[in-house]
Design a protein around this ligand. Structure first.
Ligand code: C5P
Length: 227
């Protein structure tokens, strides 16, 4: 029986957010950002396990005991390294097998609607090539040169990648087993380098990533509405 296993990298320091502490530990509407994110997956019946990847030096993480939750203190220098270390730890410990689905999701995307998560599992979960949540680009795009517009880039066919990104553990293991992870900006890009074309599954504008200080305002409104 194929299992759905969430893998949440949460080992970043969140410099652009500038809160003086990692952004996953900022408290919004009564819980940390990371706890909001974990709860989306812990409360989803289609998710069998939730693995959170922390920095080995993390002494802040606290949560209630939950039978689905596994804490892996194997975070790396970059997001891609944290994901690779987490995946390899899951496979080596027998918590995951090559045939399981792994859903990699940023800790900083704490407003993921359950409906979008279920859409990804239903659509991409059955595909050998996997898939990601993404939204079609809505704004007109400009290429910049010296702070001026160099060109207008046609947006037709362009999508903005979100997470979760869902792949069979075996495929993701192969994709991330490369000596240089610097070109890997998301899991799909690593899988694409194998010549595989993951599915695009419609995401949700509310699934935004807490990145800059001004994002906190919108995230707070979304979380207040959800509770
Ligand atoms: O910094 P950014 O917003 O791109 O981080 C995306 C996610 O990757 C966050 O959840 C962050 O904690 C995680 N990350 C990580 N290990 C790193 C850097 C980022 O797990 N070295």
């Amino acid at each position: 029986m194929r299992r759905n296993i969430a893998l949440i990298p949460a080992a970043g320091v969140g410099e652009r957010f500038g809160a003086g502490k990692p952004k996953q530990y900022v408290e919004i509407v009564g819980k940390t950002v990371l706890q909001h994110t974990l709860d989306v997956f812990l409360n989803c019946a289609a998710i069998d396990k939730v693995a959170v990847v922390l920095s080995p030096e993390d002494n802040v993480f606290q949560t209630g005991i939950h039978e689905k939750l596994h804490v892996l203190k194997v975070g790396g220098e970059t997001r891609a390294e944290s994901v690779r270390n987490g995946l390899f730890a899951l496979l080596q410990s027998g918590l995951a097998e090559d045939t399981d689905n792994i859903l990699v999701h940023d800790a900083a995307r704490c407003c993921l609607p359950q409906a979008a998560l279920l859409r990804l599992i239903e659509t991409a979960g059955a595909c050998e090539e996997g898939g990601i949540l993404a939204v079609p680009v809505a704004d007109t795009l400009k290429r910049a040169a010296d702070n001026a517009i160099d060109a207008t880039v046609p947006r037709s066919g362009l999508w903005q990648a979100q997470t979760p990104q869902l792949f069979r553990a075996g495929l993701l293991r192969q994709a991330l087993a490369v000596p240089d992870l610097s070109a890997v900006t998301d899991e799909a890009s690593a899988v694409e380098m194998l010549g595989v074309h993951p599915r695009l599954v419609l995401g949700d504008a509310r699934n935004l990533k807490l990145t800059l200080p001004q994002d906190e305002y919108i995230v707070r409104l979304l979380l207040e509405q959800a509770d």
